[in-house]
Ligand binder design. Structure first.
Ligand code: SF4
Length: 182
């Protein structure tokens, strides 16, 4: 819980919200979480041709404690799911999750017992990016769409209420249970 949780709602807060969200969306630090082929496209996005640094994201963090965006790039196995969840739990609030590619979003063509059928079984997802693999331009586009979403988010207790209303759950559940909606 931060200072923002204690701020009252009102006109002043509406302007503060805009300012805070502007700062947040322009300084996202991704957690390094490449799991399969999609990770190559994610790494390319960090290279000079696509230059993710233009959006304040030049630093891919190797520690979850200094990251606020988890880009899940690739299929998530049942064995990896608890590790992914632990890393998510170690990230500081507020934090966001981007499911990159069909495998992370829905299991893709890996409809089998070993692969989680969508990372939203494990963590709440803020942005889904289709494609196999999505090109770096598509990743940048989804990041910009996430920026727009962050800009309009409430910053205080309303954010938690919104997430609860959306059906986000904080406890780890079996991957056979749909995580996103209650
Ligand atoms: S979506 Fe395609 S490119 Fe991405 S991890 Fe799955 S198989 Fe690989």
């Amino acid at each position: 819980m931060g200072l923002e949780e204690r701020l009252p709602n009102g006109i002043l807060l509406a302007s503060l919200e805009k300012l805070v969200n502007w700062g947040r969306k322009n300084s996202l630090w991704p957690a390094t979480f490449g799991l399969a082929c999609c990770a190559i496209e994610m790494m390319t996005t960090g290279g000079p041709r696509y230059d993710i640094a233009r959006f304040g994201m030049e630093r891919f963090s190797a520690t979850p404690r200094q990251a606020d965006l988890m880009i899940v790039a690739g299929r998530v196995t049942n064995k990896m799911a608890p590790v992914l969840r632990q890393i998510y739990d170690q990230m500081a609030e507020p934090k966001w999750v981007l499911a990159m590619g069909v495998c992370a979003s829905s299991g893709g063509m890996f409809n089998n017992y070993a692969v989680v059928q969508g990372v939203d079984h494990v963590v709440p997802v803020d942005m889904y990016l289709p494609g196999c693999p999505p090109r770096p331009e598509m990743l940048l586009d989804s990041i910009l769409k996430l920026h727009a979403k962050i800009q309009d988010e409430p910053i205080n207790a309303k954010r938690a209420a919104l997430r609860a209303e959306r059906g986000d759950r904080t406890e780890l559940v079996a991957s056979s249970v749909k995580f996103a909606k209650k």
